[in-house]
Ligand binder design. Structure first.
Ligand code: F0G
Length: 444
């Protein structure tokens, strides 16, 4: 049996799973979904069941999320809303390892999900919960990926879906997805934080179901990525796990997943979880830095009023899940740092050179790892996994501009070019074999 429990230990209020709340109705803090009672699940038999399910054709077994359903808060035979999410590759990335000064580096590519981002692993659970609650209308605020994901899962569940996006700040590819899946796309004047505030107000007043990562069922789905990753590593755990940070749901979910794996004896340790933000949208970095000098009672989370970054997915100044992410970082002795636009752009190109590719927000991880190796926080021989959160094709405008040397810094400083350090420009060539041959001869 599971309950929704307030993360504030001094409060600790518990709520039934079917209560449609997103924060504690007593103290306003975030909620976790947690099991209650004695837990006698045995690690070895769980591993065996999960392994066996990989050979099954049952939709729940094919899903990289529902395969781990012993750790999901649904009793018995729930009808899941699934698109076959999860089961994403874990790649070796030798060029990226070299770039960072590491012996090896692995990339867990969550962009290989049905709608091209990690959001699907959480959305399958949140929309399944929406169906269980008999909801007709689901909603979210989004920088684009949550929108695309929700639109798809709502369509599968035959639900109405409203998404609030900041006008002019979402990539075309993500908008195209949401439109094609039939969502009602509402462009709002303001940024993501405005959209988030408005949709939360709306969720209090009306009978829609909010599925941003403030919803603890989203986190339940996303935590299974830790299970899948540990399984891919034969139940060992990397020394470091590095994740981009925007609204901070993903880092929170990894923290919860690895905590549960350890407490059930499925793994022997937790990875040190580090969160990387873009310099222009780094309120969590500033908060964690301040937390080192101040005692907890005088700490206050200060939002970034006007977040700026070309990595539009993480252009967020008021992350709703910062407390859970902070818990994950503290518990695992991780780190929180910021990287520049130039560092993100070059890291992204490097991930491309390994034949993998990702969207800009995901590349903060590689840029962050490079810095953390330089600073001695990550040692050369340590095992490191970076989480890539979105597919390369989510933002092709950025890619073309980088490779044609026309990428410029975000709005505040449009005159500052971002160097295409690893630019790969298009070659215009005459329609003659000899002209093409002479270009090819010059390749290294
Ligand atoms: N990477 C990508 C590609 C994202 O789309 C997001 C968040 C993040 C990283 C940050 O993850 O918020 O869990 O810390 N995108 C949200 C959206 C906000 O609306 O699609 P987080």
């Amino acid at each position: 049996m599971f309950v929704q429990r307030c993360i504030n230990v001094a409060c600790g209020s518990e709520f039934d799973l079917d209560e449609r709340i997103y924060v504690c109705s007593r103290c306003g803090d975030l909620l976790d979904v947690e099991p209650v009672g004695i837990d006698d699940r045995d690690a070895e038999s769980l591993r065996a069941v999960w392994r066996e399910r990989r050979l099954s054709n049952d939709a729940r077994d094919r899903s990289g999320v529902w395969r781990f359903r012993e750790f999901l808060p649904f009793a018995g035979e729930v009808e899941v809303v699934s698109l076959g999410e999860g089961n994403t590759p874990l790649y070796d990335a030798p060029r990226c390892a070299d770039y960072c000064g590491l012996t090896s580096l692995k990339l867990k590519h969550q962009g290989n999900n049905p709608t091209g981002s990690f959001k699907d692993t959480g959305m399958t659970v949140a929309v399944t919960q929406a169906r269980k609650l008999d909801m007709r209308l689901v909603a979210c605020a989004s920088t684009g990926n949550t929108a695309a994901s929700l639109a798809a899962y709502a369509a599968r569940a035959r639900m109405q879906c409203a998404i609030l996006v900041p006008d002019g700040h979402v990539s075309e590819a993500k908008l195209a997805q949401a439109l094609d899946y039939g969502a009602t796309v509402l462009e709002i004047e303001g940024n993501f934080d405005t959209c988030m505030r408005v949709v939360q107000e709306l969720a209090e007043q009306s009978s829609l179901y909010l599925v941003n990562s403030i919803n603890p069922f989203r986190i339940e789905g996303q935590k299974t990525v830790a299970f899948e990753l540990a399984e891919q590593l034969d139940w060992s755990v990397p020394d470091h796990l590095v994740v981009p940070g925007g609204n901070l749901g993903n880092s929170s979910a990894f923290g919860k997943g690895f905590r549960e794996l350890l407490s059930h004896g499925l793994t022997r340790k937790q990875p040190r979880i580090s969160v990387i933000q873009a310099e222009g949208a780094a309120p969590f970095v500033r908060f964690v830095r301040a937390s080192r000098d101040l005692d907890e009672s005088s700490l206050e989370f200060v939002n970034e009023k006007d977040p700026l970054t070309l990595a539009s997915a993480i252009k967020i100044g008021a992350p709703v899940s910062w407390k859970k992410a902070w818990r994950a970082v503290r518990e695992t002795d991780g780190n929180v740092i910021a990287v520049s636009e130039q560092e993100i752009a070059d890291a992204k190109a490097m991930i491309g050179r390994d034949g993998i590719g990702c969207e800009p927000a995901s590349a903060t991880t590689l840029a962050g790892i490079r810095k953390l190796v330089r600073d001695g926080f990550i040692k050369k021989e340590e095992t490191v996994v970076a989480v890539l959160t979105g597919h390369l094709l989510k933002d092709t405008d950025y890619v073309i501009k980088y490779h044609s040397q026309t990428l410029t810094a975000p709005e505040d400083d449009p005159e500052t070019p971002i160097r295409g350090t690893f630019a790969n420009s298009i070659v215009r060539v005459a329609a003659r074999p000899c002209a093409i041959e002479s270009v090819l001869k010059n390749l290294a």
